[in-house]
Design a protein around this ligand. Sequence first.
Ligand SMILES: [Mg+2]
Length: 278
Amino acid sequence: MSHRPLPLPGEKFWKRIEAAPGRVLFLDYDGTLAPFRKNSHEATPYPGVRKVLEKILESGGCRMVLISGRWTKDLPPLLGLKKFPEIWGSHGLERLTPNSHYEMATLSNVEVRGLAEANELVIKAGLGRHSEQKPGSLALHWRGLDENIRVRLISIVEQKLAPLARKTGLVLKEFDGGLELRVPGRNKGDAVHTVLSEESPEAVCAYLGDDLTDEDAFKALEGRGLGILVRRQWRSTAATAWLKPPGELIRFLERWAEVCTVVQGKESRDRNMHRNLC
Ligand SMILES: [Mg+2]
């Protein structure tokens, strides 16, 4: 865990990415690719992000994987990309592949009933408009809200949701701008582990994230690449590099796109040469 501000990704990293037989670019969405908005449905990417993501996807030189706390279905309209990356939603509980194959973790009856009960409690307290039902979780959002609503939301968490969590085995997890009651056992780090297990052991990756929920993912990289904190203000983190959005973020993605284009061009030339020799 680093308690001091971190450097930008250095040349050593780019050389490693260029030389690797495979590359994976893991991206968080809110706060990383898109600035926070009071209305989360208005949180579109920073200007320039869409264009560079298109470039990376078009290059075919890496596997792009979005890992978010959001429901997977909410991300494609916000991203607005022609081609879609692989998307893991609900902090790793759901997976939507680029060819629209969808997987969802299995929930027990107790967990399903617990989440339904939590939703009723929040609605009964008159706070339903600040909650969001997602697969495997119920999120309470307090970003930009009046202090008195925030206090009411925290109070329902302490008085109703915490006992319900103890009874059902659900867990309460904080994120930037709120808190969610969710099924245990899967987090963004598990999503990273699964993706990396499908890649060559020599594949190199980068994970870009801003939130506390991204810390599990930074820890899951285990020497396979670079964990990059994307945030205007620095904070203690398990990441090993730091980018300030949007400027440094765009420059990083541009460089990534450049590497993918060059590497992909070289690999396809090598394949053609090999085919001709055979
Ligand atoms: Mg985030």
